[in-house]
Design a protein around this ligand. Structure first.
Ligand SMILES: [Zn+2]
Ligand SMILES: [Zn+2]
Length: 113
């Protein structure tokens, strides 16, 4: 299991994808069948900002400070607890500079003939 906590300070309200669930779908390239918390499979999904909890540094800060997006149900998206995420889950980076925001993904229009 991968342990995560909901990030209390989401970087942006919305990204270019429209909302964070769409962002997750755009960059995970997966079918989402439900909430990815182990034992949960509710379908009222919200794209949620999370931190991974794989170890803390000397100052009790998470070593991996990257913020990720996960598809969580409404209830879990507001949870303050540590959540166990299914191991097969794809983590999508919330940093729009590395995803939809700036230059990384460019959609090339098909040439007009
Ligand atoms: Zn996006
Ligand atoms: Zn859930």
């Amino acid at each position: 299991m991968i342990e995560v906590k909901i990030s209390s300070n989401p970087t942006e309200k919305n990204c270019r994808c429209g909302n964070w669930f769409q962002h997750y779908k755009n960059f995970s390239f997966r079918q989402i069948t439900g909430c990815v918390v182990a034992g949960c499979s509710k379908v009222d999904i919200v794209g949620t900002h999370v931190h991974k909890l794989d170890g803390l540094d000397l100052h009790s800060k998470p070593i991996d400070s990257t913020i990720y997006i996960l598809p969580l149900c409404k209830e879990h998206s507001e949870s303050k607890e540590v959540l166990n995420i299914l191991p097969s889950t794809k983590f999508v980076i919330a940093d729009i500079k590395k995803t939809c925001g700036e230059g990384f993904m460019t959609y090339v229009d098909s040439p007009v003939l």
